[in-house]
Design a protein around this ligand. Sequence first.
Ligand SMILES: Nc1nc2c(ncn2[C@@H]2O[C@H](COP(=O)(O)OP(=O)(O)OP(=O)(O)O)[C@@H](O)[C@H]2O)c(=O)[nH]1
Ligand SMILES: Nc1nc2c(ncn2[C@@H]2O[C@H](COP(=O)(O)OP(=O)(O)OP(=O)(O)O)[C@@H](O)[C@H]2O)c(=O)[nH]1
Length: 435
Amino acid sequence: MANIVAIVGRPNVGKSTFFNRLVEKRQAIMDNESGVTRDRHYGYAEWVGKHFTVIDTGGYVTGSEDVFEGAIREQVEEAMNEASVVIFMADCHDGLTGMDNDFARIVRGLKKPVVIAANKADTAEWSYQSSEFYGLGLGEVFPISSSSGAGTGELLDEVVKHFEDEGTENPDDGIPRIAILGRPNAGKSSFMNALLGKERTIVTDVAGTTRDSINTRYKLYGQDFILTDTAGVRKKSKVHEDIEFYSVMRALQALQDSDVCIIMVDAVRGLEAQDMNLISLALKYKKGLMLMMNKWDLIEKDSNTMNKAKAQLEEKLGHLNWIPQIFTSVTQKQRIFQAIELAVKVYHNRIRKISTSALNDAILPQIDRFPPPALKGKHIKIKYITQLPTHAPTIAFFCNLPQYIKAPYERYLENNIRESFDFEGVPIKLVFRKK
Ligand SMILES: Nc1nc2c(ncn2[C@@H]2O[C@H](COP(=O)(O)OP(=O)(O)OP(=O)(O)O)[C@@H](O)[C@H]2O)c(=O)[nH]1
Ligand SMILES: Nc1nc2c(ncn2[C@@H]2O[C@H](COP(=O)(O)OP(=O)(O)OP(=O)(O)O)[C@@H](O)[C@H]2O)c(=O)[nH]1
């Protein structure tokens, strides 16, 4: 499972301030229709090499004195249910309040690792106040200052100790994990149903109960794989805001747990901003990916329609034109098995290891033919190339002046690698090291 950290606490204790400090600035936003307010609730962070998703439950409680109001409580609870670790935030300036105690009561029932962040401990005096929060009976208290960053390192050291996985990849059990992602209504549930040949039940009411049912082990032509779908999640709640909350969270989780993402797109609507956001997320996490252009049956066609559609897609994708596409109709069962086969192919591309000699034989002549442009009168010499033993393909170039290799030349190298070796659907990372 992916590592997820939820920040909870009553309004105004500084959750958002801490969150903003934690997450990277310009990150992929999954929902562009809903405006900016909800975007700040999800972020990706890294601490001592461990990657995790952070959920800020801040905005959900704002403006409401009654934290136990149905929807709000549900959202916070859902966030906590999904979390691997909960950061319970309190405010040293206000001290222990009744509302903190109310919150603590919910948190205590969780049986999850909880760390207490006693925020606004900007000075030693305020730090002393923080011991009061031991009274919550939740565990260790870490005085921090979200605005200055003081104490946050110690807090995060404790948080990452509770992670169950390394925050990098799934255990290498050799079974491809395929996540099906896409906008609401793209056809994800229908796809799963078509593959499984029966209606899957969608849990409607109780938050958190669909959790385990989203992973389905599947066998096709002797090939084992695990499918994760993110469909139906939005049907769980009537409150509009919940829709985003659940579906984004589920998508993130599914994505992080996968090897390959099938990004399902409604072909009638074409590739939209939200789809691009999913693509950039998959890239960020170095997942294999492919596009499944669904509802192809609804498109009026002549003999050239698919070629035109492909050309349009490639134009939109730009240098990401190595992302494969398949045009499907789930309802007509058109190419749905091919879609899975393609995903499995991408999986194999992603675990491909190219021998050092094959890499050098193929790429060094291309470098000779078109060497990196000299910078400040200095010549850059790439001596040899090797694939690093990482999960997702990483190719290391050993050279005299690694810092002088610029993006356009990197792209040239990547194109050459892709021409020589089949990395279709797989993000590859290039690193430049000093010999
Ligand atoms: N002195 C001090 N003020 C802080 C610190 N962290 C946050 N604040 C202030 O506390 C106030 C509330 O911070 P937010 O981050 O909005 O709090 P929140 O918990 O996200 O609030 P909601 O979104 O309402 O739940 C703001 O005025 C912050 O500037 C801190 O470490 N020290
Ligand atoms: N014409 C046509 N309709 C389709 C196709 N695939 C799905 N649909 C229809 O599109 C609608 C949405 O399909 P779902 O499978 O519920 O979509 P979803 O992506 O699971 O949606 P969420 O659960 O909201 O995330 C349904 O009415 C399906 O029957 C297709 O290939 N062609």
